[in-house]
Design a protein around this ligand. Structure first.
Ligand code: DGY
Length: 334
């Protein structure tokens, strides 16, 4: 690539310093040092002139925006695993290649899913607040104080047994949970055996039988509100829901109602339907210690973000070297 003109690459958000340094070396990189989210007008203007757009989950790259792109825009190399913010079909129609950054945030996301699985039944956030809110004024241990619920021996139902779902299952098995899962396809007999996992073809039936539900499927039109009011009502009153996938997979209004009415014991959520806005009713439930809320930070490790940046760089370089980038995302089959 050294003798060739460097591609003009527009990066929508601040990335870790080592990634930005490398991008500057390799490309004509337009960075966003201030990390101020780009407006739609700024995105339109960029797409009219740059060769590569590097958006992330906070940008909405829809069909209208893609239509407005100039003929020089060849690649949308997203700094993200999920690609629900990009209209991949519209990009394909326009001959624009789309890539993402799979694999490198699997383990970090699974760690946080596990933390959320523990957090509500074991009253983790509530316990931490006892000391800080009371400024150290704590009466001390008592046999009947701060009792949560054991997770060892309980049944975990994983929705979506892809990379992250499987990584959650590995951790949960080590914590003594029995693994149940629902997926479009059954995983290999070897994976099932190593996880001692039970496959449920029917999501409805699984929901009625597990103690904790972990949402790990991608956000697609087919998974929008997969956890609908009807399905949430199938869960047991002692059960918990954990979501580290995308807010839209769960009907948030119905979830709030179920928890309020005691139809579900609680939830641990890292993602929300209208990010960055969080439903005030969820915040109220958090104050009542019914839910633990995190600000979409499951994959937020510096190591993971650098790995993501490296993937973006490899995808761009491979494309401009005339090859198929390793993380090309194809339009979904109808
Ligand atoms: C992604 O990359 O899709 C993640 O949601 C970021 O945490």
């Amino acid at each position: 690539m050294s003798n060739k003109k460097k591609p003009l690459v527009y990066i929508t958000r601040k990335l870790p310093d080592p990634v930005e340094t490398r991008m500057r070396e390799l490309f004509e990189a337009e960075l966003n040092i201030d990390d101020k989210p780009r407006s739609r007008a700024e995105l339109v203007a960029a797409m009219e002139r740059v060769d590569v757009l590097v958006p992330t989950v906070t940008d909405r790259i829809d069909a209208e925006l893609i239509e407005a792109a100039g003929p020089q825009l060849k690649l949308i190399a997203s700094f993200s695993n999920g690609i629900d913010h990009i209209d991949v079909e519209a990009a394909a129609r326009k001959g624009i290649t789309v890539t993402n950054t799979p694999n490198v945030l699997t383990e970090d996301t699974a760690d946080m899913a596990m933390a959320l699985i523990l957090s509500v039944p074991r009253r983790l956030a509530e316990g931490a607040r006892v000391l800080t809110d009371r400024k150290g004024d704590w009466e001390g241990w008592s046999p009947t104080w701060m009792l949560g619920h054991r997770i060892w021996g309980k049944r975990l139902g994983i929705i979506g047994m892809g990379r992250i779902g499987t990584a959650v299952a590995r951790r949960a098995k080590a914590f003594g949970l029995a693994i149940h899962y629902h997926n479009r396809h059954r995983v290999s007999p070897q994976t099932e055996a190593s996880l001692e996992a039970t496959y449920w073809d029917s999501l409805d039936q699984m929901l009625a039988r597990v103690d904790i539900v972990s949402v790990n499927c991608p956000s697609t039109p087919a998974t929008y509100h997969l956890m609908s009011a009807r399905r949430l009502a199938l869960m047991q009153p002692t059960s918990y829901l954990v979501n580290t996938a995308r807010g839209g997979v769960v009907d948030e209004t119905a979830l709030i109602k179920c928890i309020r009415e005691g139809k579900i014991a609680g939830a641990g959520l890292d993602v929300f339907e209208n990010e960055p806005v969080v439903n005030p009713k969820l915040l109220k439930l958090a104050h009542e210690n019914k839910v633990v809320l995190l600000p979409h930070m499951s994959s937020a490790t510096i190591e993971g973000r650098i790995d993501m940046g490296e993937k973006v760089i490899i995808n761009i370089r491979t494309y401009f070297d005339g090859h198929r980038p390793p993380d090309r995302v194809l339009p979904r089959r109808a």
